[in-house]
Write a protein that binds this ligand. Structure first.
Ligand SMILES: NC(=O)c1ccc[n+]([C@@H]2O[C@H](COP(=O)([O-])OP(=O)(O)OC[C@H]3O[C@@H](n4cnc5c(N)ncnc54)[C@H](OP(=O)(O)O)[C@@H]3O)[C@@H](O)[C@H]2O)c1
Length: 254
């Protein structure tokens, strides 16, 4: 018997699905049979390119915009995705990178608040929007994208680390709240996985990081996407509240 990830008949929403790790998740979920709402904040062109790619491969996808610094925009994005594709079965909360770095007392509390808005509040609002339908169908999957920085604390990234740490707690709290309705809530913590935004200037740093990674190399976006697809599937039906590090073993030595 072949065991495969089968998401036929499921509908997924991936935040930040237009680029980077999120785009790989959209492609993989679609290849597994899900129809996909590809979220973007500003770059609709990239989102539409991911949609076209999925449609060209025989899948179904739409793009939905929304800047998560505004709570109403998150709610409107979820409503639009469900209007276009029907009830969401799989919500992947992938948006979460915060631009602000540096001395936490110079950039001030607003940077923390913004990082919480991108990570925790958006995931809360999305869960609020999709959980009623998941409960009605007694099936749901929520996957939150954390970071190694939820548990290690790179200097100058206090707002990001604090928000990711809160996001880890939120994941476990939601797993308890939603478990009785057969909705699983899990998380994936990528190590450094180069995406478009990292550019060629990071190549020396990549070599250093690869050298200290137990598996001896960096990951690629599909490494994260494959775990997301597994957690989104029936195969992971008895797993909730866990965090899967996808980092080649860096979590063992950090
Ligand atoms: N790549 C890594 O090495 C790595 C490592 C650890 C954790 N992670 C985590 O993995 C996730 C994806 O990372 P990535 O590197 O693939 O991301 P990325 O390439 O930086 O993409 C960021 C995404 O977030 C969206 N976004 C930015 N600001 C937003 C806002 N205000 N409201 C709503 N959406 C917004 C962007 O949309 P637009 O393009 O439309 O602006 C884009 O889709 C993040 O949560 C990150 O913390 C990544």
């Amino acid at each position: 018997m072949t065991v495969s990830i089968d998401l036929n008949g499921r509908t997924a929403l991936v935040t930040g699905g237009n680029r980077g790790l999120g785009a790989a998740m959209c492609r993989t979920l679609a290849r597994a049979g899900a129809q996909v709402a590809v979220h973007y904040a500003r770059d609709a062109v990239r989102a539409d390119a991911v949609v076209r790619e999925i449609v060209a491969g025989g899948g179904r996808a739409v793009s939905v915009g929304g800047d998560f610094h505004a709570a109403d925009a998150v709610r409107a994005m979820v409503a639009r995705a469900q209007d276009l594709l029907g009830p969401i079965d799989i919500a992947v909360n992938n948006v979460g990178r915060e631009e602000t770095t540096g001395d936490p007392f110079e950039h001030g509390w607003d940077a923390f608040g913004q990082s919480f808005d991108l990570n925790v509040r958006s995931a809360y609002l999305i869960a609020q929007g999709v959980a009623p339908g998941m409960k009605a169908r007694r099936w749901g999957r929520i996957v939150n994208i954390l970071s190694m920085a939820a548990h290690s604390y790179p200097k100058g990234m206090a707002a990001y680390s604090t928000a990711k740490g809160a996001f880890a707690s939120f994941t476990r709290a939601m797993a308890v709240e939603l478990g009785p309705d057969n909705i699983t809530v899990n998380s994936v913590s990528p190590g450094w996985i180069p995406v478009e935004r990292h550019g060629a200037s990071t190549i020396p740093g990549r070599l250093v990081t690869a050298g200290r990674t137990p598996l001896g190399h960096l990951g690629v976006p599909d490494d994260v996407a494959n775990v997301v697809a597994f957690l989104a599937s029936d195969l992971a039906g008895f797993i909730t509240g866990v965090e899967v590090p996808v980092c080649g073993g860096v979590h063992l030595i950090s």
